[in-house]
Design a protein around this ligand. Structure first.
Ligand code: NAD
Length: 488
């Protein structure tokens, strides 16, 4: 821990004086107003951050517009080289990125060190797709030869949340650049550090000025201005469902194309014929890693009633042994929640669960009086109508609900407004197929925790999102299709 803290201090030193500035048209821009970013570990000041205004967004959108013709016309091979260089530099600075992200967000180093490298993989994957991004097809008929092609949609806005902010920013920005779009990125106000490092890396890698612009600030001003700007052709947004609704309204006047990755209340369904030890490990990992601040977390456990007593008691024992501590300590599994408002929200749900009649089987209390640490929490004997079974808590907080049979399990699983992921544990293949076919979710894993394969579609149904990322799905969003029909 002390080594990590010393390294972190050295990395942060360069932000202490000037703070985090916006990067527009390849230049640092003096901030007309600032806000503070504080660590959730002890509320200490990390640095000040530029509070982007309408004028900053306008300047960034103009810079992105000016850079678009050359960037979109650059050969895919040339874009590929730059994107690979960005990946190389991410790998070089992976430790710095992980340390800063942990200090800024409270997420544990053991997970964040991998998330930084995942960011590099995202760039490599889309770097390799850049040369074929414009590829189309020929669709001949007796009378016409139809030739389709794709081209980048234009400058796009990318708005990201505070959970795993580095990885998520790479996930949205890498395909946009590979497609030939230019970008204005508005990262979350609660976690600005690594977005700045990422933008610096991109410029160091040789990305032309104006291709990637960074404007920090709050959703209600910089974020809103970005979604309303007429030069911005599309908004890729990751965040809460209700913010997605706001963005859709804000973008209506300029007919903005939107891509939404939103909230979740994802079920992990454990049948009595499953490999219960593996299911237990996976259920724990999918809600208590990354502080439970994870859109794909399995925050609802649906467990078959004949195995529920034993499964829940093993679960409670394991939850009580999870190590909560300093996020930079490599042995820590859960760090502090991102900030006070979020901490208050999560702890409020502890009270709601008790009042609604669920059984608090583990955790629920604050740890210490500095920072936003909470014990990993487990409620059992809940039912589907309770708020802790319906609403996204977004913390290390699991709600267990018992079911009788497959029919009831499916009813409960689908009885929420969300539909991002689902995890099914059974050794009956036919049941797994039947259940996954009927489960309302964009992504389902059978006998597995969440393992991401970049060419597969990523996204949710219902209130969990609109559109898909991954492979060619990302290009569908960031590119326009054209068909030219030649009379024969
Ligand atoms: P949030 O919606 O509060 O904020 C996300 C971003 O939107 C921030 O940058 C914020 O400044 C900006 N914003 C807020 N209001 C805005 C407005 N009116 N116009 C434009 N921008 C605005 O979300 P959060 O609390 O930062 O993140 C947590 C949420 O993100 C959870 O609901 C989680 O499930 C979701 N999430 C989803 C995925 C996914 O892939 N589906 C991935 C990660 C997080």
């Amino acid at each position: 821990l002390s080594t990590h803290l010393a390294k972190l201090e050295a990395h942060l030193a360069r932000y202490r004086d000037k703070g985090i500035l916006n990067l527009i048209g390849g230049q640092d821009v003096a901030a007309s107003a600032t806000f503070e970013t504080r660590s959730p570990v002890d509320e200490s000041l990390i640095c000040t951050v530029a509070r982007g205004t309408d004028a900053d967004i306008n300047a960034a959108a103009k810079a992105a517009k000016a850079a678009f013709p050359a960037w979109s016309a650059m050969s895919g091979e040339a874009r590929k080289k730059i994107l690979h260089k960005i990946a190389d530099l991410i790998v070089e600075r992976a430790e710095e990125i992980a340390l800063c992200e942990c200090w800024d967000t409270g997420q544990a180093y053991r997970f964040m060190s991998k998330a930084a490298l995942r960011g590099a993989e995202n760039f490599r994957y889309y770097a390799d797709l850049a040369p074929s991004a414009r590829d189309g097809q020929s669709l001949p008929t007796k009378t016409h030869l139809n030739i389709t092609s794709r081209s980048a949609i234009g400058p796009v806005g990318v708005i990201t949340p505070w959970n795993t902010p580095f990885m998520l920013s790479t996930w949205k920005i890498a395909p946009a650049l590979a497609a030939g779009c230019t970008v204005v990125h508005k990262p979350a106000e609660f976690s600005p550090l690594t977005a700045r490092i990422l933008a610096e890396i991109a410029h160091e890698a040789g990305l032309p000025a104006g291709v990637w612009n960074l404007v920090n600030g709050f959703g209600e001003d910089a974020g809103k201005a970005l979604t309303e700007h007429s030069d911005i052709k599309a908004i890729a947004f990751v965040g809460e469902s209700r913010t997605g609704s706001m963005i859709m309204k804000q973008g209506a006047d300029t007919l903005k194309r939107v891509h939404f990755e939103l909230g979740g209340k994802n079920p992990v369904i454990v049948f009595d014929d499953a490999d219960l030890d593996r299911a237990l490990d996976a259920a724990i990992f999918m809600i208590y890693s990354l502080n439970g601040e994870r859109c794909t977390s399995s925050s609802r456990l649906l467990v078959q009633e004949n195995i529920a007593d034993e499964f829940e008691s093993k679960l409670a024992e394991r939850v009580n042994n999870i190590k909560v501590g300093h996020p930079l300590d490599p042995t820590t599994e859960i760090g502090p929640l991102i900030h006070k408002v979020h901490f208050d929200k999560v702890t409020e749900y502890v009270g709601i669960g008790k009042t609604d009649g669920a059984k608090l089987a583990a955790g629920g209390d604050r740890i210490g009086d500095a920072g936003w640490f909470i014990q990993p929490t487990l409620f059992t004997h809940a039912n589907t109508s309770m708020r802790i079974a319906q609403e996204e808590v977004f913390g290390p907080f699991l709600t267990s609900i018992r079911f009788k049979d497959e029919t009831e399990a499916l009813e409960i699983a689908n009885d929420v407004q969300y539909g991002l992921t689902g995890y099914i544990w059974t050794n009956d293949v036919t049941r797994a197929l039947r259940f996954s076919d009927a489960l309302e979710a964009g992504m389902i894993w059978v006998n597995s925790e969440n393992v991401r394969h970049l060419p597969t579609p990523f996204g949710g149904v219902k209130s969990s999102g609109i559109g898909r990322d991954g492979g060619q799905w990302s290009f569908e969003f960031y590119m326009e299709q054209k068909n030219v029909a030649f009379a024969l």
